[in-house]
Design a protein around this ligand. Structure first.
Ligand code: FES
Length: 146
């Protein structure tokens, strides 16, 4: 950096300070181009063509209300009301892939985040919610789509 560029940067710094930017706000102005909003990587890749054969023994848990299976990063459950529902395996709290289904809600075994059947957070750790997916049943084939 030559002295002319240095002087220009100092002037810019003084200009921003006069506008009231200081500390982290000033840093944000300087590095703003590199700042990104916190994207939510909490969800597993959206399921595409994820199907389960409900007559298969590995999916037997889905015969009972409150039962669930995990496949391809998705938790597929039979809700407390008998509806087939699905959500990401990845928790929005700290990204652990530990979501399960408990009776009438999705639950993360890592720290206890809870989400209702629609993915809405039910406690502090679950406040960001989780992605839920659409399910459709044709015969014994359950299809999950984003
Ligand atoms: S990562 Fe799920 S509750 Fe913390």
């Amino acid at each position: 950096m030559n002295s002319e560029q240095n002087a220009e940067n100092i002037n810019r710094h003084e200009f921003l300070r006069k506008l009231g930017f200081a500390g982290s706000a000033l840093a944000a102005v300087y590095f703003g181009a590199n700042l990104q909003s916190c994207t939510n990587d909490r969800v597993s890749p959206a399921p595409t063509n994820l199907t389960l054969d409900l007559s298969a023994s590995e999916n037997a848990a889905l015969k009972n209300n409150g039962g669930y299976v995990i496949k391809d990063g998705v938790v597929i459950a039979k809700s407390n009301t008998g509806a087939y529902i699905a959500a990401t395996l990845t928790c929005s709290h700290e990204g652990k892939r530990e979501i399960i289904y408990q009776t009438d809600h999705f639950y993360c075994t890592a720290h206890g985040a809870k989400y209702d059947n629609n993915g809405k957070g039910l406690n502090g750790d679950g406040k960001k919610g989780i992605a839920v997916y659409t399910t459709s049943l044709t015969g014994n084939i359950l299809t999950i789509t984003a």
